[in-house]
Design a binder for this molecule. Structure first.
Ligand code: DNO
Ligand code: MN
Length: 370
């Protein structure tokens, strides 16, 4: 397990590289050029700048999250050709600094979605919350306003303003797009991109939909095991991979997360690990990583990754906001650092056990939810 930590870049993240490298076990940052508008080529000089900034701290920049996909590609419009071309050039530029994994998602219009970004917990911390009842009562515009108003002056990953400025038109464009259409558009994109990624030694790793079900009637195609199977088998290459995200896939209790790990481990170059707690009405709140605090069997997932020979990168995904930290929603230093330690503790225990009672490790891998 190669531990990493998301970093929003110089001047865009209150968390310094110095602080990140003080988290035990963290070897690299997961980064992006967040200010480049979707669809544009990432300039080589800007990419090299990030390599220069991180080098003194001994942190690698092997993983990019995300190179976002232009809506015209998702919609399958003729203009997708020019955006696919730009994407290829970005991959080439990224390969120049040794990038190995590019995480991306294929969610129409919105990236991840929550109704509350700072929901109060009993212990006084706050966390990201998806209120299933509230989401039904909100229009997409209200939801966007709500997210932006609560973002604490930080930009939200995947919620870049240029992507959302023309919401009504985007919704109209998606009206006749079925899940099958969206999948075909993804496969078209992958068929064009994967050979180029192979050539540059990059693994593309699609991020699951978050939450893993349709919201506002938009099509969603990375929700469960079958969807993942469809995508990975459509282009059978190690460069067509999955970002296994326990929090996103865990937003649906019917997903067997451990089975997903077992089945696809060889195609998972990157994993996001975090916990969510399910409430009775379909809502969920993001909790600490600890099994007892949420519904997801986090240590079971780590065990499964270990057992099945996972060689990829991991990052603690979102965290709560604790100890009065002022931070980007879900992306404070403290709780994510605690998460990194919890995950590494579970991994190290496996290493220890493996030397003594290898066959017993399997017993720890029981079910997805606790
Ligand atoms: C939210 C993140 C997502 C993720 C993208 C990957 O915090 O998990 O924005 O980076 O969906 O493309
Ligand atoms: Mn994730």
């Amino acid at each position: 397990m190669k531990m990493t930590f998301r970093w929003y870049g110089e001047g865009n993240d209150p968390i310094s590289l110095q602080h990140i490298r003080q988290i035990p076990g963290v070897q690299g940052v997961v980064w992006a050029l967040h200010d480049i508008p979707v669809g544009e080529v990432w300039p080589l000089e800007r990419i090299k700048e990030v390599a220069e900034q991180t080098k003194p701290y001994g942190l690698h920049i092997d993983i990019v999250e995300s190179v976002n996909i232009h809506e015209d590609i998702k919609l399958g419009l003729p203009s997708r050709e020019k955006y696919i071309q730009a994407y290829k050039e970005t991959l080439k530029n990224l390969s120049e600094v040794g990038v190995k994994v590019v995480c991306y998602n294929f969610m129409p219009v919105f990236d991840w979605l929550r109704t509350d970004l700072f929901k109060e917990m009993e212990d006084g911390s706050t966390a990201l919350f998806f209120d299933a009842e509230k989401v039904i009562s909100l229009s997409p515009k209200q939801l966007v306003k709500n997210m932006e108003a609560h973002a604490n002056t930080f930009t939200l990953p995947g919620w870049e303003p240029e992507r959302l400025k023309d919401l009504t038109r985007l919704f109209e464009q998606y009206q006749d797009i079925t899940e099958q259409d969206l999948l075909e558009n993804l496969i078209y994109f992958l068929k064009a991109i994967v050979p180029v990624a192979e050539q540059y030694g990059i693994k593309m790793a699609i991020h699951p939909d978050d939450p893993p079900f349709s919201v506002f009637n938009l099509p969603r195609i990375v929700k469960n095991k079958q969807d993942i199977q469809n995508i990975l088998s459509a282009v059978d290459s190690p460069s067509n991979g999955l970002t296994f995200c326990s929090g996103s896939l865990g937003g649906n209790r019917n997903n067997d997360l451990i089975d997903i790990v077992k089945t696809f481990v060889e195609r998972i170059p990157f994993a996001h690990i975090r916990n969510v707690k399910h409430l009775d009405n379909g809502s969920f709140i993001e909790t600490s990583h600890r099994n007892a605090d949420g519904s997801v069997n986090i240590t079971g997932i780590v065990n499964a990754l270990y057992e099945h020979g996972f060689k990829g990168y991991v990052r603690p995904d979102h965290g709560r906001h604790i100890w009065d930290e002022v931070c980007r929603p879900g992306y404070g230093l403290y709780d994510r650092a605690l998460g990194a330690m919890y995950l590494q503790g579970a991994w190290d225990t496996n290493q220890l056990l493996a030397k003594e009672i290898p066959s017993d490790a399997e017993k720890l891998v029981a079910k997805s939810f606790v």
